[in-house]
Ligand binder design. Structure first.
Ligand SMILES: [Ca+2]
Ligand SMILES: [Ca+2]
Ligand SMILES: [Ca+2]
Ligand SMILES: [Ca+2]
Length: 330
């Protein structure tokens, strides 16, 4: 598309997203969570094309109510409409409105040593879904969003809630183009939006203390839709372990949303048609370079950055409105 067309589209996205945020309280439809701790049901929900699961290998570990199946995610602005949610508290708490800065359920559940290995502190309240699979095409992809109540007040603190998608033991939940795990301290808009953010082009502010809420969901911040991927896997069985946990204490819960039917051997569109995509193509990996350099020509099958920029616009508006706050974790 032409540059002018690109910016026109961009401005429409910013305007419509801002409108949604202003009228968010009156939108009837919003994300809905049905708690579900059955490993087979959760795996079936995300299973997509070209992947075969060994049902006997499915192993779910987590507190009652910590996981579930969600619908209507797009109406709450998370960029994924349906799928599963794994949390460090209660899955049902993901539903909006965002009326609390620190939604917490202390599940008194153990942490996870693999997650401990990604950060410098110990984890607690882990929730884990693990299974073995085979991939026809030799690749595996799936789409996800990380969200947390730790935003924005505990950015760059020890309460660095974390998750990992361990493929044969190696974490593939990474910031696009890097080897950095996605966590509070690696994707954010800065502490209380007052310090420099980390990879903030991928972050959406929803904190009630920092100008929000902008989205009808409880979490105070969340990432853009990311794609976890691994290419060129050997034939035969592979293990995937999807895990999330609180860090240091059990409070200020976090969640990861994984898109329905996206666990596949080819990329899956995130299903968000509001950005004009009509093709079934991978959408989520949008690096910051696109923001500065719009696509030079019309490429129907290339992801559009309009939504990302629209959300950034809201985040920026939020930064202008925010109030100063200092909080303790206890
Ligand atoms: Ca909240
Ligand atoms: Ca918070
Ligand atoms: Ca918790
Ligand atoms: Ca936490």
């Amino acid at each position: 598309m032409t540059t002018s067309k690109f910016f026109k589209k961009l401005s429409i996205a910013v305007a419509s997203t801002a409108f949604m945020s202003l009228s968010g309280a009156t939108i009837a439809q919003a994300i809905s969570i049905t708690p579900n701790n059955n490993g087979e049901a959760l795996v079936n929900e995300i299973l997509g094309s070209g992947i075969t699961i060994d049902l006997d290998s499915i192993n779910y570990r987590g507190a009652n109510g910590a996981s579930g199946i969600f619908t209507d995610g797009l109406s709450s602005g998370i960029g994924i409409d349906q799928g599963i949610i794994l949390t460090t508290g209660k899955a049902k708490d993901a539903e909006g409105p965002n009326d609390l800065d620190k939604t917490t359920t202390e599940n008194n559940y153990r942490g996870d040593p693999d997650l401990d290995g990604l950060i410098t502190e110990k984890t607690k309240d882990a929730t884990i879904l693990e299974f073995e699979f085979e991939t026809q095409g030799g690749n595996v992809f799936f789409n996800y969003v990380f969200a947390s109540e730790e935003y924005n007040e505990f950015v760059d603190s020890k309460f660095n809630d974390v998750f990992g998608f361990f493929l044969n033991g190696e974490n593939i939940a990474l910031i696009p183009g890097t080897t950095t795990p996605v966590a509070i301290n690696t994707v954010n808009g800065g502490k209380n939006l007052e310090t420099n953010g980390s990879n903030s082009e991928f972050f959406n502010n929803n904190d009630p203390s920092d100008g929000g809420p902008f989205f009808d969901i409880e979490y105070d911040g969340f990432t853009n839709v990311f794609t976890a991927q691994a290419l060129g896997l050997a034939s035969g069985s592979h293990t995937i372990k999807l895990a999330i946990a609180d860090t240091k204490d059990q409070g200020w819960d976090s969640a990861v949303f994984i898109q329905a039917k996206s666990f596949s051997d080819g990329g899956t569109s995130d299903g968000d048609t509001s950005d004009g995509d009509t093709q079934d193509v991978p959408e989520p990996i949008i690096d910051g370079g696109i923001l500065a350099e719009p696509p030079a020509q019309d490429t129907e099958d290339v992801p559009e950055p309009s939504i990302v920029i629209g959300l950034l616009g809201v985040g920026f508006a939020g930064s202008l409105l925010k109030k100063k706050s200092t909080k303790s974790h206890n």
